[in-house]
Design a protein around this ligand. Structure first.
Ligand code: 13P
Length: 254
């Protein structure tokens, strides 16, 4: 049984006051009995404060990105070891906004995966196709290429430490979510690709869906057999909506 994970990627949003309110609302609203992992990923500068605000709560803390390097002359970068030190357990890598806006290659993402695992954190590896790629019928090939770069760089044991997030680029922030069937198709493909490396690893691999998940569509998405939770952008900034999504994930646990 794969325990669902619902992660809120705040992106470039937040303020000290706003974060304090949001985290307090999550702390109060979360049912400790829920069989679901819940995580928030604020911008780097708020991580330490968020960790303090979450003390004693089961809410996990993740970063939105990480350096592939451990230390050295890399101005502006933040290492996985630093993230661990301020209380992170996870780091998102290869988000489509990093890939497209900042030119991150599959190879760089693979190096980040390795660095995150080496620091004892969980990488949340984002993959997904653009609208153009989907319309050209290359969705599976694109996702396979993104996965292969990581498979080439890490062992099966290292890959098994990670989480995969399928985020079709055309569904991110557009209000146009993938249908549960479209998402399930790619999730099943990802699990199949992983099973080519190791059936055991693939069976335990958590694969999250991200792209315009809301309180209103979460249940149908999470009800699909290979969808193990969500990576939530916009709806993670509003406690009520985010908690509804967490509740939907908890409801899929039998
Ligand atoms: P939205 O939920 O705002 O579409 O963002 C999804 C996402 O990119 C999460 O990483």
């Amino acid at each position: 049984m794969r325990r669902p994970l619902v992660a809120g990627n705040w992106k470039l949003h937040g303020s000290r006051d706003g974060n304090a309110r949001l985290l307090a609302a999550l702390r109060t609203g979360l049912d400790p009995g829920w069989a679901v992992d819940v995580m928030v990923c604020p911008p780097f500068v708020y991580l330490a404060e968020a960790h303090a605000a979450l003390e004693g709560s089961p809410v996990l803390l993740g970063a939105q990105d990480v350096s592939a390097e451990n230390q050295g002359a890399y101005t502006g970068e933040v290492s996985a070891g630093m993230l661990r030190e301020v209380g992170c357990s996870h780091a998102i890598i290869g988000h489509s906004e990093r890939r497209t806006l900042y030119g991150e290659s599959d190879e760089l993402v693979a190096r980040k995966f390795k660095a995150v695992v080496a620091a004892g954190l969980v990488p949340v590896l984002c993959v997904g196709e653009t609208l153009q790629e989907r319309e050209a019928g290359t969705t599976h090939a694109v996702v396979q290429r993104q996965l292969d770069a990581v498979f080439a760089a890490v062992s099966i044991e290292e890959f098994a430490r990670g989480v995969v997030a399928y985020e079709p680029v055309w569904a991110i922030g557009t209000g146009r979510t993938a249908s549960p069937e479209q998402a399930q198709d790619v999730h099943a493909f990802i699990r199949h690709a992983a099973s080519m490396r190791s059936a055991r690893m693939a069976g335990g691999l958590r694969i999250l869906y991200g792209g315009s998940v809301k309180g209103t569509n979460a249940q149908a998405l999470f009800g699909m057999p290979d969808i193990d939770g969500g990576l939530i952008g916009g709806a993670s900034l509003e406690a009520g909506d985010f908690l509804t999504i967490c509740n939907a994930a908890a409801g899929t646990v039998t």
